[in-house]
Design a protein around this ligand. Structure first.
Ligand code: ZN
Length: 410
């Protein structure tokens, strides 16, 4: 699958020092120092049945900040993202709208790519769909079947969690909550015949007129978690301490999706899947959770078609600590628009406040667990100083730094 166009990245200034990036793991809550020279980052992509809403955009902007920081500090970053281009919600939406699921998926992937381009998110390489990754996924399921860690139920293949010593002992939440959330997010804990309610589906045998693929263990299609394990392991070079460096997504993926990818990868390789699991908080709207069922999604493409500046949308999304949930409102966007105008007017002045110290402060704040609010406070301070007549800076180097580190092109 083609990725979207790569934005230009200005070079980092020689005089700026880049501390190692520290990030907080969602499961252990421990701080991890990203010190390796080669970083592999896998971020879970969309299921293409609806346009990019602000929750998606916020997540991809978080990992874009990480990607930009690591690249600016001289690291080699291998960034892979998937598209879940076969999934029940996609089939259901296509059926409801009377169109082919393949056409719906293709059109929504194109829209997503256009949104990512507008938001200046660095594209993954490669950007991969499940369909085109089927040989790697079938191979992963076959290895699990051959290892005796699976069982079959009416043609469907499940992973037997009891085969992984820590799968059930290290759940991030209590078992009752885990079963309830598993049920809400694609799992089938109540199905009769399962050895454990949380055993994840690896391969689903053909049902109704859903698409299916030939495999040595029977025709069907893959479960959700194994697709990401297979795509990541097949396309990211192994890091020194574990299979990949960063596994990322929105906080709604902490359980079950990323928990299950970790278990399945351990069953496959005997190693931890990722050195760090990182998650962005959710975006709500006017006091409520933003969700399809509530019908209150705000789409990036709609905001842009209404004439909103994509850079203001990006700035509004950056303005939070990445782990925090945030309520979206028109006011949030209006504030970002006016802040962007203020930065732009300050940069246009013939004399500006010193720029190297503010760039170094931005870099230090980003390195400190991606403290974006601190970055924006420093920028606000620089604008105030410039407005008060402080001078000695070079507007061009700050503009390039905003582009490089924050993806904000002015
Ligand atoms: Zn995933």
């Amino acid at each position: 699958m083609h990725s979207w166009p790569r934005p230009y990245l200005p070079p980092a200034l020689d005089v700026i020092t880049h501390p190692d990036l520290t990030l907080t793991d969602s499961y252990s809550k421990k701080t991890y120092v990203v010190s390796d020279a080669n970083i592999s980052m896998y971020v879970c992509g969309i299921t293409p049945y609806d346009a990019t809403h602000l929750g998606h955009a916020a997540t991809y902007v978080v990992f874009d900040l990480i990607n930009r920081y690591l690249k600016a500090s001289g690291k080699e970053v291998h960034f892979v993202e998937n598209v879940t281009d076969i999934d029940e919600p996609l089939f259901e939406r296509a059926k409801r709208d009377g169109i082919r699921w393949e056409d719906l998926g293709k059109s929504q992937v194109e829209l997503f790519q256009a949104d990512m381009t507008e938001l200046r998110v660095i594209p993954p390489a490669p950007y991969l769909g499940v369909i085109e990754s089927m040989p790697a996924i079938i191979n992963a399921v076959a290895r699990l079947v051959d290892s005796g860690k699976t069982y079959s139920l009416a043609g469907d293949i499940y992973l037997d969690l009891a085969q992984d010593p820590s799968a059930l002992s290290k759940l991030p939440i209590d078992i009752e909550s885990a079963i309830e959330i598993f049920s809400q997010r694609g799992g089938d804990p109540q199905r009769e015949g399962k050895r454990h309610p949380l055993d994840p589906l690896l391969w689903s045998c053909p049902k109704n007129d859903e698409p299916s693929w030939d495999a040595p263990f029977g025709k069907g299609r893959p479960g959700w978690h194994i697709e990401c394990v297979a795509i990541a392991l097949n396309n990211l070079p192994n890091a020194s301490r574990s299979s990949i460096t960063i596994q990322g997504g929105g906080s709604d993926l902490i359980f079950p999706h990323h928990y299950m990818t970790g278990v399945q990868a351990r069953c496959l390789t005997g190693e931890e899947f990722a050195a760090i699991y990182l998650h962005g908080g959710m975006i709500g709207l006017n006091g409520e959770k933003m969700s399809k069922s509530l019908g209150n999604l705000v789409f990036v493409s709609k905001l842009i078609s209404e004439g909103k500046d994509p850079m203001a949308i990006r700035l509004a999304l950056i303005n939070r600590h990445y782990r925090n949930d945030v309520m979206w409102s028109d006011q949030l966007l209006t504030q970002a628009e006016s802040f962007l105008r203020r930065i732009s007017e300050s940069l246009a002045k013939s004399d500006v406040a010193p720029t190297k110290p503010i760039i170094q402060e931005m870099v230090n704040a980003l390195a400190d667990d991606l403290d974006a609010p601190r970055v924006l406070r420093a920028l606000e301070q620089w604008c105030s100083e410039t407005e008060s007549g402080s001078h000695g800076g070079e507007a061009g180097e700050l503009a390039r730094a905003l582009d490089l580190y924050l993806g904000i092109a002015i």
